[in-house]
Design a protein around this ligand. Structure first.
Ligand code: SAH
Length: 250
C-alpha cells in the first residue's frame, strides 16, 4: 500500500474530507438567487464522498454532476445516493478538476468545498468560468487568513503547504478581477473545523493504526494529521476556510 492508498482509506470513512457542515452549505446556497425548484445544472468539483453533494440535492431540484479525481470516494457517494433514492439527481464523474469538459456556459452553479487548492484558487476560478452561464454562481470555500499578520510558525507552514493562502479581501479582489461579483462571504467557525473535521478525525486515528498494524507508513500518516490538528488548535485564530459566493457577470 502506498501512502496515498492509506490516506484514501483513512478519509473515505469520514462524513467530510475537509472542514464544512450542512449549515454552512445551506448558508452558501441561500445566497444564490436562482430558483432552487428549477432543474439547475450544478457541478460539485472535488466532491470527495459528497457530504455537501447530498445536501445540495436535498435542497434544490438541480441536476448535480459530482466530480472527484478518486473513484474510491465516488463509490461511497454512489452508494449513499442510491440509498437515499437520489440517483436521478446526482451523477458522479471521476476526472481531474483541471480537465473538465463541460460546454461553454453550460452550468448554472459551480460548487467546490475545500478542493480548489488542488489546482490553485486563481487558476481554478479562471479555468472554470467558461463553463458557467453569465449570471451563474460560483460557491467555493478556500483556506483564508483571518488576520493581517500571524506568528512565524503558522506562516511558514502555509507558505510551504499552500502559498496561495491569503486574506479574504485579496481573494475577493482576485474574483472581481476575473469577472465575478461578490454576492456573499463568510468564514467557517472554529467550532465547525473541530466538530466536522478534526474531532471525527482524531476519533479514527487509533483504529486506523491498528488496522495497519502500526506500520511505519501508517504511523507517518497519523503523525502528519496529528501535527496538522495541533497546529489548528494553537493557531486557529489566524486562519479558517472562507466561503465565497460570487456571480459571473462577464
Ligand atoms: N469537497 C469535499 C472534499 C474536500 S477534500 C468535502 O468538503 O468534504 C479535497 C478533494 O479534492 C478530495 O476528495 C480529493 O480527492 C479531490 N481532488 C484532489 N485533486 C483533485 C483533482 N485534480 N481533481 C479533482 N478532484 C481532486
Amino acid at each position: 500500500m502506498t501512502e496515498l492508498d492509506l490516506i484514501i482509506d483513512f478519509h473515505k470513512d469520514a462524513e467530510r474530507q475537509g472542514p464544512g457542515s450542512v449549515k454552512d452549505t445551506l448558508r452558501a446556497l441561500d445566497l444564490i438567487d436562482l430558483a432552487k425548484g428549477e432543474k439547475l445544472k450544478i457541478a460539485d468539483i472535488g466532491c470527495g464522498i459528497g457530504g455537501h453533494t447530498i445536501t445540495l440535492a436535498q435542497h434544490t431540484q438541480g441536476q448535480i454532476i459530482a466530480i472527484d479525481l478518486l473513484p474510491d470516494f465516488l463509490e461511497v457517494l454512489d452508494s449513499k445516493t442510491e440509498k437515499l433514492g437520489l440517483q436521478n439527481r446526482i451523477s458522479t464523474l471521476a476526472k481531474s478538476m483541471e480537465e473538465l469538459a463541460f460546454g461553454e456556459k453550460e452550468l448554472d452553479i459551480i460548487w467546490s468545498e475545500g478542493a480548489i487548492y488542488n489546482m490553485g484558487f486563481e487558476n481554478g476560478i479562471q479555468n472554470w468560468k467558461q463553463f458557467l452561464k453569465i449570471g451563474g454562481y460560483l460557491a467555493v470555500s478556500e483556506v483564508t487568513w483571518t488576520s493581517m499578520s500571524r506568528p512565524k510558525e503558522i506562516q511558514e507552514f502555509w507558505d510551504q503547504a499552500y502559498p496561495e493562502i491569503d486574506t479574504a479581501s485579496n481573494k475577493i479582489r482576485i474574483l472581481e478581477q476575473n469577472g465575478y461579483t461578490p454576492v456573499g462571504f463568510f468564514m467557517l467557525t472554529q467550532n465547525t473545523w473541530m466538530e466536522s473535521y478534526y474531532r471525527p478525525m482524531e476519533g479514527r486515528l487509533d483504529a486506523f493504526l491498528e488496522k495497519y498494524n502500526h506500520s511505519e507508513l501508517a504511523e507517518k500518516v497519523v503523525d502528519e494529521y496529528k501535527y496538522e490538528i495541533d497546529l489548528f488548535k494553537r493557531f486557529k485564530d489566524y486562519y479558517s476556510y472562507g466561503f465565497y459566493v460570487v456571480k459571473r457577470i462577464e
